[in-house]
Design a protein around this ligand. Structure first.
Ligand code: WT7
Length: 701
């Protein structure tokens, strides 16, 4: 237990004592251990810093190289790390071709459509090989793409998405997949930033029982990209139902083409995999940061692929014969690393599910698990909470057997963890709580499933080779067991780490390394710890408990939303003078954004009108995933004397917490007014122990 005296003394924000009940350990079964990939107790020693960076040869050796690399890690230009220098490889070859000799008839992907009456389809490694080759031929010859070009892919959860990604990888073309739920405008921003001239999309897809129009977003994306000065020459449109078009928007002549009409021209065409350098970029993945513009996180080919293959093998315990199902969306990093690249590099069978887990009812995931005999299951706390809420006893009605389950994306409450363990995993399944980020390529912290006991709510120690360290604001290390929250950092580089932010090297250095860099001139990696942007607590056993973001990023259902991005969307509404966005605790999604707006002087408009406009603007600029829990219309914003909006105060009000000292505000009376307004709206009781991210929110300004 935390020492109560810390909470009453003056401490810097990052050192706030955290009241945290130690949870008891849960141990993996003998049966799990007997089949696990990683059972060597010596692994800690092999992957100790003394052996850095050479221990990552083990990961690189999971891949096939055209030319073996010479230098494990080149640190001559920190923090621009170069892994496996001198190596040549191809990701599509590693995920497909090399499995053909022994496993061409094995399912690479099993696609489960949302409509339950539509049967699941298996795509064998041979079939995937043919489809990827034909698609690569079309991308090269029809769309004119070559190595180093960028392509934006805005697609739902269908097999054509990994087919397109792998076709890009075959050509050395850099893909930038934008989550299908993002709006056309958000997609357009990413098209422009990446400099893509080709957009790959789909006409429609099933979600919640309805066939959604998706192609309309492509038209918005192209139009928006144009306003940012970027020209899209070709839009390639997959069709959910071959030959049938399910979008209201017309195809634009000379720009839009149906993939099912283009592909027959490349029937049976084989494209030799392009041999790329290990450090050639493989893809971009946009993510939100503190400032407005999303960051194009750039990942390498060799380092990234080696890292996801290694972590999928040792932490997910993927064996070639497993049926592995990750319920994340491929449009996020989890899907890239642990639906597509990691599992396929290991030659396993990866399930892709089109729909939402609770449609048509909360038994759906367990019916899928039973029917396909899934034995590894991967999802996020938000889905677990939702499934528990609507179908707490559904799992026991179905006959499936998981050996391992994953939770990722946000902290999981110990209570939710126990339901996952007891009900979904039926006790035999091991749980790994994997903490990592878009920027990291693969896992940072997790228990090693056969070697470490599980502790509900804690991610665990660093995975092999990752050496975490927790710093306070001043750069002092907080030792395990110190019971103080600090900033989670990693001492050493690793192969899966991003290479840079696309087109913005300075922002890359500033965001992730400036804070704790010991010497900017140093060429020694030891001087460049990686700053993750998460608060964490280091337990005496070396397990990390992640407390959430320390910057103004809101983690909604495991997805990052930038406060500033939402605020600029609200400010697009002409009547709005000022906007502030804060996180509010939600029992299912973890956090939701709440928006405060103040109107321009003289504006008279009904509050519900302005609320609708703000919500609409957020949905158009970002997407429905960013829909706020509430829009409050305030007569003014609480401000400092220098005119800065005090988001900290608003976050406290939204979460029914004490606002703290407001005597230094320029307009303390505004706080009373907002409080009355917010409290009139039914609010849950104040949390006994306010979450760290909410307590700290807005402090960094
Ligand atoms: C942020 C990264 C790559 C995973 C999907 C989200 C939070 C992630 C955990 C976990 C507690 C977690 C962190 C992190 N997060 N995993 N196991 N326990 N928090 O990727 O969108 O880049 O978000 O998600 O706050 O910084 P992302």
């Amino acid at each position: 237990m935390a020492d109560p005296k810390h909470s009453s003394t003056e401490l810097s924000e990052a050192e706030i004592a955290v009241h945290w009940k130690e949870e008891e350990y849960f141990y993996p079964s003998a049966r799990f251990i007997s089949q696990a990939n990683l059972v060597d107790h010596n692994v800690e020693k092999r992957f100790s810093l003394e052996n850095f960076p050479n221990y990552y040869k083990e990961y690189a050796d999971l891949l096939d190289w055209y030319q073996y690399w010479q230098t494990t890690l080149d640190t001559s230009n920190p923090p621009f790390w170069r892994w496996f220098v001198g190596g040549l490889l191809n990701a599509s070859y590693n995920c497909i071709d090399r499995h053909l000799a022994r496993n061409k008839g094995k399912a690479a992907i099993i696609f489960v459509p949302e409509p339950e009456e539509e049967p699941a389809t298996a795509i064998t490694y041979q079939e995937l090989y043919v489809r990827v080759n034909e698609t690569a031929a079309a991308l090269r010859e029809f769309a004119g793409l070559k190595q180093g070009d960028r392509v934006t892919i805005h697609m739902p959860m269908v097999p054509e998405l990994p087919v397109t990604m792998l076709a890009c990888a075959r050509l050395g073309v850099i893909h930038s997949v934008v989550f299908g739920g993002f709006s056309g405008q958000a997609c357009g921003d990413r098209i422009a930033d990446s400099g893509s001239h080709v957009l790959v999309t789909m006409d429609s897809y099933y979600r919640n029982g309805k066939l959604q129009d998706h192609k309309e977003k492509a038209d918005q994306a192209v139009a928006h990209a144009q306003t940012c000065g970027a020209k899209v020459n070709k839009v390639l449109v997959w069709r959910r139902q071959r030959g049938a078009y399910h979008s209201k928007t017309p195809m634009v002549k000379g720009r839009d083409f149906f993939m099912d009409e283009v592909l027959p021209n490349y029937f049976g065409k084989i494209v030799a995999p392009v041999q790329v350098k290990a450090e050639d970029p493989m893809f971009l993945m946009y993510t939100s940061g503190t400032t407005g513009k999303p960051k194009g996180i750039q990942h390498s080919t060799g380092g990234y692929l080696a890292y996801v293959a290694g972590t999928a093998k040792y932490i997910l315990d993927i064996h070639p014969e497993d049926i592995y199902w990750c319920m994340a969306d491929i449009g996020w990093i989890t899907g890239h690393s642990y639906i597509v690249y990691g599992p396929l590099a290991l030659g396993t069978t990866s399930v892709i599910f089109e729909g939402v887990p609770t449609y048509p009812d909360a038994g759906r995931p367990w019916r899928i698990a039973q029917r396909l005999d899934v034995n590894i299951f991967h999802t996020a706390p938000t889905a677990i909470r939702q499934l528990r809420k609507v179908g707490p006893e559904e799992p026991r009605k179905y006959n499936y057997h998981f050996k391992l389950m994953v939770t990722v994306g946000e902290p999981i409450e110990p209570d939710v963890w126990r339901w996952y363990y007891n009900e979904v995993g039926k006790k035999p399944a091991v749980i790994v709580d994997t903490w990592w980020q878009t920027e990291n390529g693969g896992f940072l912290c997790s228990t090693k499933p056969a070697l470490n006991p599980m502790k509900p709510g804690s991610a665990g120690p660093g995975v092999p080779g990752i050496h975490p360290v927790i710093y306070d604001e001043k750069g002092k290390e907080l030792s395990p067991g110190s019971q103080r929250a600090g900033n989670a950092c990693i001492r050493n580089p690793w192969p899966g780490i991003m290479q840079t932010i696309w087109g913005d090297h300075d922002r890359y250095v500033q965001t992730y390394y400036a804070k704790y860099c010991k010497n900017r001139k140093s060429k020694d990696w030891r001087d460049w710890p990686y700053f993750a942007g998460d608060g964490a607590l280091y337990a005496a056993d070396g397990y990390l408990r992640i407390l959430g973001r320390v910057d103004d990023v809101i983690n909604v259902a495991g997805h990052r939303l930038g406060t500033k991005e939402l605020e600029s969307a609200a400010l697009m509404v002409p009547e709005v003078a000022e906007a502030a966005v804060v996180p509010v605790v939600d029992p299912i999604k973890g956090r939701l954004p709440e928006v405060y707006v103040a109107l321009k002087p003289g504006v008279t408009i009904a509050h519900n009108e302005i609320q609708k406009k703000v919500v609409a603007s957020i949905e158009t600029t970002i997407g429905k995933i960013a829909r706020p829990a509430h829009v409050w219309v305030a007569e003014d914003m609480p401000k400092t004397r220098s005119g800065k909006i005090m988001r900290r105060v608003l976050a406290a009000l939204s979460n029914n917490m004490a606002v703290g000292d407001i005597t230094t505000l320029a307009n303390p009376d505004v706080v009373e007014h907002i409080k009355t307004m917010v409290q009139a709206h039914a609010k849950p009781a104040a949390p006994a122990d306010a979450p760290e991210d909410i307590k700290r929110f807005g402090q960094s300004e």
